[in-house]
Ligand binder design. Structure first.
Ligand code: NZQ
Ligand code: ZN
Length: 404
């Protein structure tokens, strides 16, 4: 109790040190090379797309088996056979995917002698596939994550997305965990954009509810990471607000009817737009401290789902950083949550997360206060500490305190 009270006093002093920033619309280059094929019944297009690119053999990467239950695997295999494409398979990518599995799959891909990688699954599968694709040409794939080696070459990546959340189906990022060193880090490279991604929202109709919510919370967080930079990129800010409102609305609809195709399709498209370059155009490179903190949580406890962790940290980060750029936080509260105060906006966000059945405290995620120093140190080592406000180790601990 005392520490929480002390934390609030320190926080109050800290936030008033900052004057309002006024970010001008930044120059940007928008180039997204991924061909996105979207809609019901589109999975069968994978074979012809691979054949059209003259590939003969692909390396299929999958997770723990959901694609067999949903029938996605059967559709992919039928399409590959019809197109005369050979393939070999690697299964068992886990959520919060790990380096050891990526290394194992790089060896398998080399032995199999493949022309391209085909990822069939959620963000963890696609990120692992991207890592295999570039790791194929590197001495050690982790060196790229440590930024010791640039990501220049990669086998072509094709993706069948089964969970809308991360945006990885249409971006050049990948995130994996070095489990021995507890580092959940990322790489980026133009070569990592999937050549073709297929998104059939209908295959998400039987997703566990918690995964649907994790997806929404992740996509909302991606937009917020850009949006809170504020400034005068009115087109982007207005687009971001629309995306947020739309995602909240359709997630509510899915809570009532998980099989509502219209709601699934709108959520899927919004989640892709949230991190394919459009939602951040003109917004500098975004803040990303909340993501930095979440990655540390999942690195330390791999059972924490990325979206669930973000749902706990984002409200605390907003509370902590609101006075760095008051206008944008007030605008968000008013335009998304119809509240005249930021505290009201944060309350409404947390109430919505709770109503969706997702955690709003670190305690619910199984994280205790004794772990805060380790988590904060992990974020500092990762270096993803924010751009709107560069967080120190103490700042991070205070945010964790607010999220406790
Ligand atoms: O493994 P399977 O059996 O396939 O089951 C998965 C997994 O258990 C299941 N699932 C997927 N599609 C399904 C389904 N279950 C039923 N029906 C379906 N249609 O869902 C579970 C979670 O899958 P996962 O791939 O881990 O989830 P998500 O797509 O949310 O990916 C999260 C990972 O992506 C990273 C996260 O940090 C996390 O490691 N991120 C990647 C980013 C990127 N590359 O741009 C950006 C993000 O900020 C994020 O960091
Ligand atoms: Zn994310």
């Amino acid at each position: 109790m005392f520490f929480r009270f002390l934390g609030i006093i320190l926080l109050t002093i800290n936030v008033f040190e900052h004057s309002e920033i006024n970010l001008k619309m930044q120059n940007f280059t928008f180039h997204n090379p991924t061909k996105l094929i979207f809609g019901k019944g589109t999975i069968g297009e994978i074979g012809p797309k691979l054949r059209g690119a003259s590939f003969k053999k692909v390396f299929m990467i999958a997770g723990g088996g959901s694609i067999q239950k949903t029938g996605v695997y059967q559709q992919v295999v039928a399409s590959l056979k019809r197109a005369g494409i050979e393939w070999s398979e690697a299964w068992g990518v886990r959520p919060n995917p790990v380096l050891s599995k990526v290394r194992e799959m790089i060896q398998m891909a080399k032995v199999a002698g493949v022309d391209a990688i085909l990822a069939v699954g959620g963000g963890s599968v696609i990120d692992s596939a991207k890592s295999v694709a570039c790791g194929y040409f590197l001495n050690d794939v982790w060196a790229a994550y440590e930024k010791h080696e640039p990501v220049i070459r990669a086998l072509p990546v094709y993706a069948i997305l089964t969970l809308s959340a991360t945006g990885t189906e249409m971006n050049g990022f990948a995130v994996i965990t070095h489990e021995a060193e507890k580092k959940k880090w990322n790489i980026y490279g133009p070569a990592l954009y999937p050549r073709v991604s297929i998104v059939d929202p209908d295959v998400q109709r039987n997703l566990p509810w918690s995964q649907t919510v994790n997806g929404t919370l992740d996509a909302l967080a991606h937009i917020q990471e850009f949006y809170f930079m504020g400034g005068d990129s009115e087109t982007t800010l207005a687009l971001d607000e629309s995306l947020c409102r739309s995602m909240i609305q359709v997630t509510d609809k899915l809570k009532r009817d998980p099989k509502d195709y219209g709601a699934r399709a709108n959520l899927a498209w919004a989640a892709t737009l949230a991190l394919n370059g459009i939602s951040g155009a003109g917004q500098s490179s975004g803040d990303w401290a909340t993501h930095g903190i979440e990655h540390a949580l999942s690195a330390i406890n791999p059972d924490i789902a990325h979206g669930a962790g973000l749902g706990v940290i984002f409200p605390a980060w907003i509370t902590y950083c609101q006075n760095v750029n008051p206008a944008i936080f007030k605008r968000w509260s008013k335009n998304i949550w119809r509240s005249s105060t930021v505290a009201g906006g944060v309350r409404a966000l947390k109430a919505k997360i709770k109503a969706w059945g997702s955690p709003t405290t670190l305690t619910e995620l199984g994280i205790c206060r004794e772990q805060f120093p380790e988590i904060a140190a992990n974020v500092i080592q990762y270096g993803m500490t924010g751009n709107l406000k560069k967080l120190s180790q103490r700042d991070i601990q205070k945010i964790l305190m607010l999220a406790a």
